[in-house]
Ligand binder design. Structure first.
Ligand SMILES: C[S@@+](CC[C@H](N)C(=O)[O-])C[C@H]1O[C@@H](n2cnc3c(N)ncnc32)[C@H](O)[C@@H]1O
Length: 358
């Protein structure tokens, strides 16, 4: 029994009361948690951030509603919500009236901005990607009946092969992240590319990561390797070779193999199979594999690391047996695939860089 408080209540009772009061607030976050991404999706589709970016001064409601051809009273409510969430801000215009202006967060909602994450949000909020979430509990109960396949009849990669619009949505989403992460890797983990004359990006999507690397390190021969339907849609870039194939069958030969957001899509056994194919593709002398993935650190879930835990749930919903891994789990797949050693470097991103040596 805790100490009796001033008003005759024990400290334990006070704590209980505070927890109750907090729970009364917190539960609404879960009931209406979907509202934030839904309204942000609406803002992306309307092109609100682009309109405000183009405008020479803070944009009034009437300027914004006439530019977007929107109902001003509905738009006003949308903007009130987004301003309250600090996604846009309200500042005074040169005429003394109030207008909307951009923030670093709203610039991420522009489809083509330097830090755009619009494509990622549009993918995750698409009906195709939302459907498996309704089957998550069934998946956990059935232990292994994948939610995506339950919702769509086949796994996400086979589905993408048959639905090119969805495949492009995936590629554009991944390209958003690649544009942000590649410069960070090149800047803060340059040693990964030391002595590398050729590098193959396995599951490289539309080739965004390799075009950034090729520009920064023109002496590296960059190969973008993915399934045929992805390579057929990949952007042509003189400095990047495009190769179509299946990483479970073979990996093109290069000094280094690069994986970003690929191995987390697969089970340990599948990762080991893929990594063994890589080991056949790289030289014994100085050959390496660069893995750019989240490393789940038990007890450290703040900031960007918290995203790793969310991604682990996303893997459960969207892949067959993919998952985010702890260091111990990474060590298991790396060592079982036959590699001798590895280092892990955290970078300012959700991912860390795991450098694996032959
Ligand atoms: C999550 S995306 C990552 C894309 C890219 N690495 C990035 O980070 O931007 C996974 C990629 O793996 C590719 N993939 C899936 N199965 C594959 C296979 N059997 N062989 C080669 N690539 C595959 C998908 O087409 C997709 O482009």
């Amino acid at each position: 029994m805790g100490e009796i408080g001033g008003e005759g209540r024990s400290s334990w009772e006070k704590e209980e009361e505070e927890d109750e009061a907090q729970a009364q607030i917190d539960i609404w976050k879960y009931i209406f948690g979907f509202v934030e991404p839904a309204v942000v999706k609406c803002a992306i589709e309307l092109g609100i951030a682009e309109a405000i970016e183009k405008h020479p001064s803070p944009m009034t409601l009437s300027e914004l509603s006439s530019t977007l051809a929107c109902d001003p009273s509905l738009l006003n409510r949308i903007m009130r919500f987004l301003v309250h969430r600090k996604i846009f801000k309200v500042t005074s215009t040169c005429h003394g009236s109030m207008g909307y202006s951009q923030t670093p967060l709203s610039r991420r909602l522009m489809r083509n901005g330097q830090h755009s994450m619009a494509g990622f949000l549009l993918l995750e909020s698409s009906p195709v990607m939302l459907a498996p979430w309704h089957r998550l509990s069934a998946r956990v109960l059935a232990n292994g009946n994948p939610s995506f396949a339950k919702a769509h009849g086949e796994d996400v990669w086979r589905y993408a092969e048959k639905h090119l619009d969805h495949s492009n949505l995936i590629n554009e989403a991944m390209a958003c992240d690649a544009k942000l992460v590649m410069p960070t890797i090149i800047e803060s983990c340059g040693e990964a590319f030391d002595g590398v004359k050729s590098l193959v990006d396995v599951g490289g999507g539309n080739g965004t990561a390799m075009s950034i690397l090729a520009k920064a390190c023109p002496w590296i021969r960059c190969i973008n390797y993915d399934l045929p339907h992805v390579i057929a849609e990949a952007s042509m870039c003189d400095s990047v070779e495009l190769v179509a194939g299946d990483m479970f069958q073979s990996v093109p030969k290069a000094d280094a193999a690069f994986f970003m957001w690929v191995l987390h899509d697969w089970s340990d056994e599948e990762c080991i199979q893929i990594l063994k194919k890589c080991r056949e593709a790289i030289p014994k002398e100085n050959g390496r594999v660069i893995i750019v993935e989240a490393v789940i650190e038990e007890d450290k879930y703040d900031g960007l690391k918290n995203v790793g835990l969310m991604l682990d749930m996303v893997m459960m919903a969207h892949t067959n047996f993919g998952k985010e891994r702890t260091l111990k789990e990474w060590e298991y797949v790396i060592k079982t695939a036959g590699f001798s050693s590895y280092t892990v470097k955290p970078i300012h991103a959700v991912q860390s860089v795991i450098l694996v040596f032959y």
